[in-house]
Design a protein around this ligand. Structure first.
Ligand SMILES: [Zn+2]
Length: 129
């Protein structure tokens, strides 16, 4: 236990000594900070397209409209379902619903009766087995 405390103190003093050296300019920072090759950055040439300024690029780009503020859930629901104050979207009754001749359930025109379809689906499944 005493050995562990001593090694911790040794490491702490070592780090403090390194920090003081760095602050006074006597040594370089620890190794992992030296991993960056600063010379490589000077060789990189910026890609400049001649005759294309930032203004030209922005003129060619498509800038999408972005909302500046978030709409509250109340306003979103009002816009979606309609409120007399904003935009009135009254409920319109469906007139294209007819009754199935076989089973008596209701379904939309130009679609299959849902109940009959389920019955046929079950029969087909039984045939396959
Ligand atoms: Zn039916």
């Amino acid at each position: 236990m005493a050995n562990g405390i001593l090694s911790r103190l040794y490491r702490a003093f070592k780090r403090f000594d390194q920090a003081v050296d760095i602050l006074l300019g006597r040594s370089l920072p620890p190794g992992h900070l030296l991993a960056i090759d600063c010379n490589a950055l000077s060789h990189v040439q910026p890609t400049i397209i001649p005759g294309r300024s930032l203004k030209d690029i922005l003129n060619d780009a498509i800038l999408w409209a972005v909302p500046k503020k978030r709409r509250t859930i109340e306003k979103r629901l009002n816009r979606r379902f309609g409120v007399p104050k904003y935009n009135w979207k009254p409920h319109v009754p469906k007139t294209n619903i007819i009754m199935c001749r076989k089973c008596g359930h209701d379904y939309e025109v130009n679609t299959l009766c849902g109940y009959c379809y389920e019955k046929v689906k079950l029969e087909t499944k039984e045939f396959k087995e």
